[in-house]
Design a protein around this ligand. Structure first.
Ligand code: CTP
Ligand code: MG
Length: 526
């Protein structure tokens, strides 16, 4: 009755554990096998979707006996997987072996009778378990759906032996779990039941960080209503006669998308249990319905007709599966950016996680391609990627150059924007149009500071603390402490005067000084 770990995640974790020698072979293999990964992306999603269709989400009483619940539910059919988690209350995700069991289960459910109010008689797969008998021993293991705190993370990172291990540890602590991904697919499937009332052939697909392998626990759930199945053509030749549907027409595709989303949004608001705070944001470049799904705790964005986003999701997934270090670097840079307020949970002029991911990918494309690195080179590379990433963007000519991962090179900016990252599929669009000059400057300044920190030998050393005392933050953990440059007046972590170890550091310090004026002076004389 355990969730079987998904094959691609398993593969990624296996890859992460292999020695450098096998890693080199694996990288070489996957680089040449990219088309297979592309193919498996959609089959993995199809399988997850199919499992979600055989699942129910059940709100449970706070004190429950796992065995009793399972015995009760298995009367309706064989249970293949299940898990419990806690958000606003205790919930169980239960996957049956066949869809018929869902019908049988629903057949035994009742619509609650409510006093002074009335209920919408919509039979969803979000159920409540009522318990009137004796409770018995409470035996439930809950799966965590949120990431560990930053302080806990810093502590865990400090216990690692190398920056390479720290980056891997951070990724493992933050990445979506199998259970969390299943819950995300189940929420998509529950919403699809609403959309199917109008469009029985529709599918609601998750995209973005839920499925691109860069998702962090707690990230939003991006979904799109896929209506492509509705317009599949039935080619019948012969009699010369054919029938077609009479359809309503809209002024444009955007118009049609807006009216569909408006109606579905209304149904989600009025009929769908658990969905609260529904907002229709139909005038955005990509029209969407935003709401919060309370039983799962997910912030949801539902779009329609958004195939391009699915393409870029798949592209990111492929990049992430080429080499485990891609995901380590992306998770690390995203975390570093989040703790320093370069990215934010609220929309605005900040750099988004998606833009940041493209910046990392572009940086990795800019590195001289390795023919086949030696063991030593591979080990050094793992440690150096982070430092070089910060150096790369600390000195990138953002004022004149744009980022283009389609071509893998920088190009002149086609229009004035603080940060210009070309959308790889809609090439006339700037992915980071929202970013203003101040936010970009903060990003560059922090990159320079972090590069500088990593160049200082001291930060790279883990202090050998034989006692049970907490190990002082070092390496990546040190980079996640509040920035000295950003918090003027705060006593910095770099108290001792340090001599630049090389010309490169001198240049960086120089650029820090010139770009920050007083702040730069302060740093070098601290
Ligand atoms: N997207 C895009 N162009 C943009 C913004 C977003 O193509 N300017 C697409 C990308 O495929 C992205 C997805 O929409 O992955 C979802 O956007 P968003 O939620 O902002 O990013 P995520 O990658 O999901 O990252 P996060 O974990 O921050 O949600
Ligand atoms: Mg997202």
């Amino acid at each position: 009755l355990k969730w079987c770990p998904n094959s691609d995640l398993q593969a990624q974790r296996r890859l992460a554990r292999t020695t450098f020698a096998t890693k080199a072979q694996a990288i070489n293999k996957t680089l040449h096998a990219a088309p297979t990964s592309v193919e498996s992306f959609s089959s993995i999603q199809d399988e997850r979707r199919e499992r979600a269709e055989r699942s129910v989400l059940i709100s449970c009483p706070p004190k429950i006996n796992e065995r009793k619940i399972l015995d009760y539910l298995s009367k309706h059919g064989d249970i293949r997987n299940y898990f419990f988690y806690q958000t606003y209350g205790m919930y169980a995700v239960v996957e049956f072996s066949s869809k018929e069991s869902i019908a049988a289960l629903k057949g035994s459910c009742t619509i609650p009778s409510v006093q002074h109010e009335a209920s919408v008689p919509f039979k969803s797969r979000l159920l409540s378990l009522k318990w009137t008998g004796s409770i018995g021993p409470t035996t439930v293991k809950c799966h965590e759906q949120l990431p560990i705190s930053i302080n806990e993370l810093i502590q865990q990172l400090s216990e690692q032996e190398s920056i390479d291990q720290q980056m891997q540890c951070l990724t493992e602590a933050y990445q979506l779990t199998e259970e969390n991904i299943s819950l995300r697919f189940l929420v998509c499937s529950l919403l699809r039941d609403i959309a199917a009332a109008y469009f029985p052939e529709s599918i609601i697909r998750p995209f973005g960080s839920t499925v691109n392998s860069f998702g962090k626990l707690g990230c939003d759930l991006d979904m799109f209503l896929d209506l492509d199945g509705v317009s599949v053509q039935n080619q019948r030749k012969g009699s010369g006669l054919s029938l077609e549907y009479q359809v309503k027409r809209g002024a444009s595709e955007r118009n049609v998308t807006q009216s569909i989303l408006s109606v579905i949004g209304e149904c989600v608001d009025q009929f769908s249990p658990g969905c609260v705070g529904v907002q229709k944001i139909l005038n955005a470049r990509v029209p969407l319905v935003r709401f919060s799904h309370q039983p799962s705790g997910f912030q949801c964005d539902l779009t329609a007709n958004n195939r391009v986003a699915m393409k870029s999701t798949e592209l990111l997934y492929v990049y992430g599966s080429l080499d485990a270090r891609v995901r380590y670097l992306v998770f690390t840079v995203r975390c570093w950016a989040r703790v320093h307020g370069i990215t934010s949970g609220i929309p605005g002029a900040w750099i988004t996680n998606f833009s940041l991911t493209v910046l990392v990918l572009f940086f990795l494309q800019q590195r001289t391609p390795a023919v086949l690195p030696t063991l030593d080179q591979l080990r050094d590379l793992a440690e150096k990627l982070l430092q070089e990433f910060f150096e790369f963007y600390g000195s990138f000519a953002f004022n004149r150059s744009s980022i283009n991962i389609r071509k893998g090179r920088e190009q002149n900016k086609p229009e004035a924007a603080a940060l210009y990252i070309q959308n790889p599929f809609e090439t006339s669009l700037n992915v980071s149009k929202n970013v203003n000059a101040t936010q970009l400057e903060r990003f560059v300044a922090l990159c320079r500071e972090s590069a500088w920190l990593l160049q200082q030998g001291e930060v790279l050393k883990r202090s050998a603390t034989p006692s049970a005392d907490q190990i002082p933050p070092w390496g990546l953990a040190a980079l996640l402490l509040p920035s000295v440059a950003e918090s003027a007046g705060v006593k910095g972590r770099r108290k001792k005067k340090r001599e630049p170890a090389s010309e490169r550091i001198k240049t960086l310090l120089q650029s820090l000084k010139s770009s920050r004026g007083g702040a730069g002076e302060k740093q070098s004389s601290d």
